[in-house]
Design a protein around this ligand. Structure first.
Ligand SMILES: [Zn+2]
Length: 62
């Protein structure tokens, strides 16, 4: 599945990281994806903090 996903708010092309962060942090379906700009705004976090969070989530293995 390689279709590009646009930001729900501003329709910018979203990066893979943004899609994953949206899914993990917002617990929504992939239909609602935010770009990193909108995500950091929405969550009131810096983009750096978002990437740190994502790194934490990605490193969790079972
Ligand atoms: Zn956006």
């Amino acid at each position: 599945m390689k279709k590009s996903v646009k930001c729900y708010l501003c329709e910018a092309e979203t990066e893979r990281a943004a899609v994953l962060i949206s899914e993990k942090l917002l617990h929504k379906s992939a239909a609602t994806v935010y770009c990193l700009d909108c995500l950091s705004d929405y969550l009131d976090m810096t983009k750096e903090a978002l990437f740190e969070k994502w790194a934490q989530l990605s490193s969790v293995k079972h």
